[in-house]
Design a protein. Structure first.
Length: 286
């Protein structure tokens, strides 16, 4: 099938990693894509004493932690009022800890006790830091993974894409506009009409082929100011979004993607639509 370039000028204009799950974004101009997603994206995660993932759902203060990936896959971590922390990747033969990401079983290598103490002090709750190497990656749930895809400590899929036109339409309805970081995408594309990503089935960005597998249901994390770690007392933008993007009991914004190969993404890459889904089939949002 011949790729459909879509509207002229559709480009990748935002590229974001979240080295530590649910902590601050780390924006880059290019990123490698390996077997389980963007290199350096959500390879680290905090869990509570029961092994359950800690996110901004419970701890909005996580937004104030800035974790920067190092060339050797470790982390450099900073937060206001705390000494800088450097965390090396645990050894391959280190302790494997069972965990869960929103009811999905996961496993990770335990980081050192110094890291656990640092995060427990800042977040004021007992927690442990885990790292997921590729061999411990989480299988993508059927039917979306086709029995072969894997992901890091994501909510379910390696990549999340949002069109800038979708945010513009939401902000048109809000009394106080919100930035794109409220929705924590990996990929932002510009030059599209609102919510056109709902219709995409297969796309290509630069040299990377991607399958649009499932719209993204949104939660209370969208109400957290990513600069301050404080929730909006009025519940915005989720309240407004629910008025026109609710379906099947969930509120949808953005599209989850599974990549079809490895390579490198660059800001400015062309976005080409290979195939579209029929809104009438129920696979998209109408």
């Amino acid at each position: 099938m011949t790729p459909d370039p879509g509207p002229a000028g559709v480009r990748l204009t935002g590229l974001h990693l979240y080295p530590l799950k649910s902590a601050a974004a780390f924006s880059v101009s290019e990123a490698e894509v390996d077997e389980i997603g963007l290199v350096g994206d959500r390879r680290w995660m905090l869990v509570d004493e029961a092994g359950l993932a800690l996110t901004q759902r419970q701890l909005p203060r996580l937004a104030r932690i800035h974790a920067i990936p190092t060339p050797d896959d470790g982390l450099e971590v900073v937060a206001v009022g705390m000494p800088a922390l450097r965390v090396p990747v645990p050894p391959d033969d280190g302790r494997v800890v069972a965990a869960a990401v929103h009811k999905r079983a996961a496993r990770g290598l335990a980081a050192g006790e110094q890291a656990s103490r640092w995060f427990s002090e800042f977040l004021e709750t007992a927690c442990r830091l885990l790292y997921v190497p590729t061999p411990l990656a989480i299988p993508i749930a059927a039917p979306w993974g086709d029995g072969k895809g894997h992901t890091a400590f994501t909510d379910g899929f390696p990549l999340l894409l949002i069109g800038s036109g979708s945010l513009e339409e939401l902000n048109r309805r809000l009394d106080r506009p919100v930035p794109m970081d409220r929705f924590r995408p990996n990929l932002v594309v510009s030059g599209t009409e609102p919510f056109i990503e709902d219709e995409w089935d297969e796309v290509q960005i630069g040299s990377i082929g991607l399958r649009a597998v499932k719209p993204c249901p949104r939660c209370v994390v969208t109400t957290v100011d990513q600069a301050t770690g404080v929730r909006d007392p009025a519940g915005e933008p989720l309240v407004t979004l629910a008025r026109f993007r609710r379906r099947d009991g969930k509120i949808w914004f953005g599209m989850n993607l599974v990549h079809e190969g490895c390579g490198t993404l660059h800001l400015g890459d062309e976005v080409r639509v290979i195939s579209r889904r029929d809104r009438g089939t129920g696979k998209g949002i109408s």
